[in-house]
Design a binder for this molecule. Structure first.
Ligand code: NAP
Length: 437
């Protein structure tokens, strides 16, 4: 039996350094639980001589991937560099060489799903990616293990801390979008280029991984509907609150009779729904199964230590398997490879839900009746209606907000195309979907 498990780590940035620190601090505890020692023997990083403010003298650091990939002593490779191109070759080569791999890289898994998982299945390597979705919340392990007897019906996740932080400050501090974004950047939550977070791309990456796991499928990221939070205004937040809702960026996947829904967009969530109380940079994932009913998991979705913790959990699980020579006990994507097939996501036009529609219109006679007639002609029922604002001149727009009953998205879009082309409409209508849970 091995005397220790040796780790080779690619990347000593936020997460990589967090992993080193966790092993330094909790190493003795981890050894007690594992029965053997975990050792980081080598690291490969872009700038090997960079000062990282911690003692790394016992780790051999270089910039040459071969130093880890060609070292037969290394049992587990940690890919913590991010990006797709280099990360993909590292992960594929490590698996091909019979090593186990742990990654936190959601972009890689979402964009190269088949290539990566085909290799993970073929190589029979142990492959951990818990840190790729929702930081320290063990949602991947839940789906792969705890819920493996369930038919999963629905997943709703707040899985991007930056977007949730921005929406929370818009709600609680009444900040407008740009001010809230700046605050998120100052706190280190949002990158200098925050596009992945605020445009919904990062949420989409994570949702597609959850869909693959939950629905025994290989879904195409390009089929997901993805809309970010940039169109949300303080006015929308105020009106939503008035009607008992809060606005969240949700990643939502539903196994419906018509097919699989997969969508990322700002959503009005009832304030009584537990997801509504997820504040700041925290994440939460709600999963509904046909026997277990609804569950909710909550925790830090990012950050050096929470993410390192998820990486470490995978490392320890894999080490246990390696020490027992147990092999691949749980298939990498939850199902046997021959049961995994390419699956389609329903076009957004086929989704049925309730809608919040904010019309910006000139205050003229007949406006309301024209809007409600066009909605009615497209089978859209009105649940509540509100007029907001006052026109001080004939050119000042006012806001008419309509909450609809459930309607099919293609009818909504047809009605809005007609309404938005009318002369009295000052700005395109703001549409926000409502969570009907
Ligand atoms: N940060 C989080 O909270 C978080 C949460 C969940 C998942 N993740 C994921 O974890 C991964 C790492 O994120 P991070 O925040 O730790 O990134 P980061 O702080 O930017 O660190 C990246 C590290 O990788 C190194 N690197 C970059 N390109 C490289 C290459 N081609 N070859 C070798 N080393 C390279 C960098 O080297 P130098 O330092 O030497 O320049 C740096 O040490 C990403 O996939 C990310 O999506 C991060």
């Amino acid at each position: 039996m091995k005397e220790s498990i040796k780790l080779g780590i690619f990347g000593l940035g936020t997460v990589g350094k967090g992993v080193v620190e966790q092993l330094r601090k909790n190493g003795a505890l981890i050894s007690q639980r594992l029965g053997k020692e975990l050792q980081i023997t080598k690291a490969v990083t872009a700038n090997p001589t960079k000062d990282r403010g911690i003692d790394l003298s016992d780790i051999q650091i270089s910039s040459d991937p071969k130093d880890i990939l060609d070292d037969p002593e290394i049992d587990i490779v940690l890919e913590l560099i991010g990006g797709v191109t280099d990360a993909k070759s590292i992960v594929l080569e490590a698996l091909q060489k019979g090593k186990s791999v742990v990654t936190a890289n959601k972009a890689l898994l979402a964009e190269c799903t088949e290539e990566i998982f085909n290799m993970a299945y073929q190589s029979k390597g142990l492959f951990g990616f818990e840190a790729s979705v929702a930081g320290c919340i063990p949602v991947i392990r839940e789906i792969k293990s705890s819920y493996s007897g369930e038919k999963i019906e629905e997943i709703s996740g707040i899985i991007n801390g930056t977007a949730n932080y921005i929406l929370t400050s818009m709600i609680e501090d009444k900040a407008d979008f740009q001010v809230a974004l700046k605050a998120a950047q100052d706190k280190g939550y949002a990158e200098a280029d925050p596009a992945f977070d605020i445009e919904g791309t990062d949420t989409a990456h994570k949702l597609i991984i959850l869909m693959d796991l939950a629905f025994n499928g290989l879904f195409d990221l390009k089929e997901l509907y993805v809309e970010g939070i940039t169109k949300i205004t303080p006015l929308d937040i105020e009106i939503a609150e008035q009607f008992g809702y809060t606005i969240k960026l949700l990643g939502k996947a539903v196994n419906t009779d018509k097919g699989f829904e997969g969508r990322v967009h700002p959503t009005l969530v009832k304030t009584s729904n537990m997801l509504a109380s997820v504040r700041g940079a925290f994440n939460a994932v709600a999963i509904k199964g046909n026997f277990m009913g609804p569950t909710l998991s909550y925790g830090a979705g990012a950050g050096a230590y929470p993410t390192a913790s998820a990486v470490m959990g995978d490392v320890i699980e894999i080490s246990r398997n390696l020490l027992q020579e147990a092999g691949q006990l749980v298939p990498p994507l939850a199902s046997m490879r021959d049961q995994l097939s390419k699956k389609k996501i329903l076009p957004m036009s086929e989704v049925t839900t309730e809608y919040y529609l904010r019309f910006s219109v000139l205050d003229e006679v007949g406006v309301m009746s024209k809007i409600t007639t066009l909605l009615g002609e497209n089978d859209i029922g009105i649940r509540s209606m509100l007029q907001k604002g006052e026109a001080h001149s004939p050119k000042d727009p006012i806001h008419v907000v309509i909450f609809t009953h459930k309607a099919i998205e293609k009818n909504i879009l047809k009605a809005l195309a007609k309404i938005d082309s009318l002369q009295f409409v000052a700005e395109p209508t703001n549409l926000i979907r409502i969570d009907t849970e």
